[in-house]
Write a protein that binds this ligand. Structure first.
Ligand code: AMP
Length: 666
């Protein structure tokens, strides 16, 4: 869901940022020397290190902290699995085609883009109308598009009611299916904004990449669209590994693939991306979480479905405890994970005021989900879903169990046996088997899995008519079979159960690492107040691609040895250090380029080092420097990187070095 861009603008010059990211090799379009393919990106050394740090912190925060069972499953998935999971039939987006240029566009994004542009134009026209009361008008009423001299469209004012309708649609755009989007396209004359041409009605497009496995080409497969299915395939083994104890979670970090229709927002919508997914298995009768109290007091900005359906996009601030108690969030496990997601995202540096949790609307929900909340992060592209947190209920385990006839369930010993009455069907083996032959087993299975009322009706028919008919379908022996009273005994019995068998529900937090990485870059980006040309990425030390830079003041030969020494000592205490001894660049320029890499600290070797063994330590955001012996500074950097001390505290203990000369020496 992307609300009006005007609401969601960040103070980031995206063109300048993109240039920086390209120059400092965070990422680049894949296969660029062949002109590339949309939606595919390669990460350079900076992006790779940043991504790895985000994954390591994710592992620490979820897998290790919560003792989850991490797995690494196959990417190539046989069609059968994804047919059963519903992805072959339903994992699709709605697509339109330009009737003249034949370009493809995702239907919901097209409607969004056009309505947002009209509303922006309307806002501008209203502003100009206010100003023009004092002379010269630009706004015209009604909603027809005007053209300024020179070709650029003039701002167009909309009727108040039309503008309100647009806002209402945008607040719930994800709730429209193909027909609904088609109606919007016709009603509001939505055209391809790039060409002005009409578009075809939306058609479903399956997002999975298809392939075939092996040389015969007969075994159809797909690149997985999510990591979840591999985890479900291993459910029984994982439960066994966990000594049959519930609840528990499995987790996986890996690549997923989606053939996006028309990717056009950089890393935010790509065709191949790294996901980090958790499948938390929980008893459907008790979705509480043992550690819920730890997050209950956290206040989250929540945008429930009911608010969106009123056409609003302002979140409600609510503690997780209240949200669960009032039924806004369905259960404590879901609430617990929303809290943990919030803690992870803010710990890596996402700004909390640019984070919200939005509930999915009914039509938007994936085919497997019964409730879903997205963590959305504000970027220059609008609010972007970066983490989905879905309650998949028992859907996946049930459908896979039914398709494979394997038990994917939990058996729980009951402390008190459960005693209850049940209508049961028992075969009379002397007659049942010989009479039904090959069909005996499926007919019995059919009878024994009938709902109680239907079995009751069979029993009544046997008593009244002396026979009943069983119809089999979906078996190798489909057809009608006659049952007579001598073949079965149907009676109510008292059952005493010592074991409870159930299919667990699954709560699934699903993280798109690339989206989080890009949003974090935007939230960390700024330019120096005194010099707009100097950009800084203020990553915290834990996520920063490189932790400490080591550099000589100049190319003087005497700096060589202390420089290597400093780098070696940093590495020895576990701080990855990079040496920047490119003597061709001034010290100021070298500081500046490391600010663009987000490197938080820099140790500089200078003429004083040779005299007294001291070096300076510079911190990126303040550009302040202190001086100390190499031993002292190395220890300090280690503590700063590990978060054992803050730079503010360091500043209270050391005298500042005058840095004007080195900072301005660019
Ligand atoms: P979903 O299974 O659709 O809820 O997606 C889970 C997460 O994967 C989302 O929250 C996104 O962060 C990420 N994601 C989904 N599609 C893409 C894409 N095309 N490009 C990048 N990330 C994606």
């Amino acid at each position: 869901l992307v609300p009006l861009m005007s609401e969601s603008k960040l103070n980031v010059d995206r063109a300048a940022l993109e240039q920086l990211l390209q120059k400092r090799f965070f990422f680049t379009p894949s296969f660029g020397i062949y002109e590339g393919v949309k939606g595919l990106y390669d990460y350079g050394p900076t992006g790779t290190a940043l991504q790895q740090n985000l994954i390591n912190l994710w592992r620490q925060h979820f897998v290790i902290e919560e003792d989850m069972l991490e797995v690494d499953c196959a990417i190539i998935t046989p069609s059968k699995v994804l047919e059963t999971s519903g992805h072959v039939a339903k994992f699709a987006d709605w697509m339109c085609r330009d009737t003249v240029s034949h370009d493809f566009r995702r239907a919901d994004h097209l409607v969004e883009e056009v309505l947002e542009a009209r509303l922006e134009s309307d806002a501008l026209a209203r502003k100009m109308a206010d100003v023009s009361l004092a002379g010269g008008a630009a706004a015209d009423a009604g909603g027809k598009k005007g053209k300024k001299k020179g070709g650029a469209p003039a701002p167009t004012k909309l009727d108040d009611a039309v503008a309100e309708e647009y806002r209402n649609i945008l607040a719930q755009i994800d709730n429209f299916d193909g027909d609904g989007l088609g109606e919007l396209i016709t009603k509001y004359d939505i055209r391809n904004p790039e060409t002005g041409n009409a578009v075809t009605p939306p058609a479903a497009f399956n997002l999975m990449f298809e392939s075939s496995i092996g040389p015969t080409g007969t075994l159809k497969g797909f690149l997985r669209p999510e990591t979840a299915q591999g985890q479900f395939m291993n459910f029984s083994r994982l439960l066994e590994f966990n000594n049959q104890k519930m609840p528990f979670a499995s987790a996986m970090v890996g690549r997923s693939f989606r053939n996006e229709i028309s990717p056009r927002s950089g890393l935010l919508r790509v065709r191949e991306f790294t996901m980090a997914e958790i499948e938390h298995y929980v008893d459907p009768l008790n979705k509480d979480h043992q550690r819920f109290e730890e997050v209950a007091g956290i206040k989250l900005p929540l945008l429930p479905g009911t608010v969106q359906l009123e056409g609003k996009t302002t979140p409600i601030q609510m503690t997780i405890g209240d949200a669960v108690e009032k039924g806004v969030v369905d259960n404590k496990t879901l609430g617990y994970f929303l809290g943990r997601i919030y803690l992870y995202l803010t710990a890596i540096g996402i700004k909390s005021e640019m984070l919200r949790f939005r509930q999915h609307l009914n039509n938007e929900m994936a085919h497997y989900a019964c409730d879903c909340w997205d963590a959305e992060i504000k970027t220059t592209y609008g609010w972007i879903e970066c983490v989905g947190c879905a309650d998949r209920s028992a859907y996946d385990l049930r459908v896979h169990a039914a398709a494979t006839k394997k038990k994917l369930c939990v058996r729980e010993n009951l402390s008190e046996p459960r005693v209850f009455e049940k209508l049961e069907c028992e075969p009379n083996s002397k007659v049942f088997g010989p009479r039904l032959k090959r069909a005996a087993k499926p007919v019995l299975e059919h009878l024994q899995t009938l709902p109680e009322e239907t079995l009751e009706a069979v029993s009544a028919a046997l008593a009244k008519d002396g026979k009943a008919t069983v119809t089999l379908s979906g078996t190798a022996v489909d057809g009608d079979y006659e049952i007579t009273p001598d073949m079965v005994t149907i009676e109510r019995r008292t059952i005493t159960e010592h074991v409870r068998e159930y299919t667990p529900n699954v709560i699934e937090p699903s993280f798109g690492i690339g989206r989080i990485l890009y949003a974090l870059i935007e939230h960390s980006y700024s330019v120096r107040a005194d010099d707009e040309q100097r950009a800084v990425l203020s990553f915290n030390a834990a996520v920063a691609p490189f932790k400490c830079l080591v550099l000589p003041l100049s190319g003087h030969a005497s700096f060589e040895k202390p420089l290597r020494d400093a780098a070696r000592r940093l590495r020895a205490v576990g701080v990855p250090a990079r040496v920047d001894d490119a003597a061709s660049a001034s010290i100021g320029r070298r500081y500046a380029r490391n600010d663009e890499l987000g490197t938080p600290f820099a140790i500089t070797v200078d003429f004083q080092t040779a005299q007294d063994g001291t070096v300076t330590l510079r911190e990126r955001d303040t550009t302040k420097q202190i001086r100390g012996t190499l031993d002292e500074i190395v220890q300090l950097v280690k503590n700063l990187v590990n978060g054992e001390i803050t730079w503010e505290v360091v500043l209270t203990k050391y005298e500042l070095v005058n840095t004007a000369a080195s900072e301005n020496d660019a």
